[in-house]
Write a protein that binds this ligand. Structure first.
Ligand SMILES: [Zn+2]
Length: 300
């Protein structure tokens, strides 16, 4: 099952207790479904859980019985609900508010969304019907797609009001509201009834950060090791050249000690080598001496 399907299955476990919330959820479903017009309603879904919830939802919200779903060969396992009964359609519009149908632009009926529980139920309905979310192992993206211009605008306003910062775009003749920030996706899913899915996103994020952190450290250690080796190589070349020319013996005892230690321990880092000096010196002090050797070696 896809992550979206998991989320929808979890959302569908939310019980339809309050009538106000059932109505709000049903409105969300209708404004984000495939067709909601004066001619009829068409809801297409791949989610078995959502298609099991729909008849209960319509009964609770509108006191109507949905005609049984159809599942055609060509629908690729998708389940389709069609409602064309004019009396039932009239009943739905009556409940949803007079603004629906009759060629008038669709709007979110904010009168239904005064309470927090109803706002969240509306969002749940919209997500069940027109929403999807990507697998957090891959990326973070949640979107809600509607064919109604004003509904998209009003949803953005609603989400902004709730503290979210959604983005929107168009795709073909549809309007898309979306989030890319994992925190928003987690918060939204938690509040509309899918806290377990939200937790899965958090866990995926922690895992990803951990993995990135380890990779960064490995890369960083490897880069440092390469630098140590390169620097030691350069020092050894200079030291050898100073020794061959007999110049090394004429240098001060501290420089000679640095040269001896580097030749004896080509693989050691500066700080390890500094600790071997008698008495031990700081890393920067030894670095200074080794640089001196390199520059003297080059001058020759
Ligand atoms: Zn409510």
């Amino acid at each position: 099952m896809s992550f979206s399907a998991d989320v929808k299955a979890e959302l569908c476990r939310t019980r339809l207790t309050r009538a106000c919330c059932a109505r709000a959820e049903a409105c969300g479903v209708l404004l984000y479904c495939n067709q909601f017009s004066a001619q009829g309603i068409k809801i297409v879904t791949e989610s078995a859980d959502f298609s099991a919830r729909l008849p209960q939802l319509f009964r609770r919200a509108f006191q109507i019985t949905l005609p049984p779903k159809t599942e055609t060969e060509s629908s690729g396992g998708k389940q389709i609900f069609l409602l064309e009964d004019s009396e039932k359609l009239a009943r739905i519009w009556e409940v949803c508010g007079g603004a629906f149908g009759g060629g008038i632009a669709h709007h979110i009926n904010f009168a239904f969304l005064e309470d927090e529980h109803c706002r969240l139920a509306f969002l749940r309905g919209a997500f069940l019907s027109g929403g999807s979310v990507t697998d957090p192992q891959k990326s973070y993206h949640l979107e809600l797609v509607t064919s109604h211009y004003f509904v998209n605008r009003e949803l953005t306003a609603l989400l902004l009001d709730m503290g979210y910062h959604p983005k929107d775009t168009t795709r073909k003749s549809n309007y898309v509201t979306y989030f890319k920030q994992s925190e928003y996706i987690e918060d939204l899913l938690t509040s509309i009834g899918a806290p377990i899915s939200a937790m899965a996103i958090m866990n995926a994020k922690v895992e990803k950060n951990l993995r990135n952190g380890i990779n960064r450290r490995v890369n960083c250690d490897a880069a440092n090791a390469d630098k140590t080796v390169d620097a030691a190589q350069e020092q050894l070349v200079s030291i050898r050249s100073l020794a061959t020319s007999g110049q090394l013996e004429s240098l001060g005892e501290k420089l000679q000690e640095a040269a001896r230690l580097r030749q004896a321990h080509p693989e050691l880092s500066l700080s390890d080598l500094a600790a071997l000096c008698q008495p031990p010196v700081t890393k920067s002090c030894l670095n200074h001496r080794l640089r001196k050797l390199v520059s003297l070696g080059k001058d020759r």
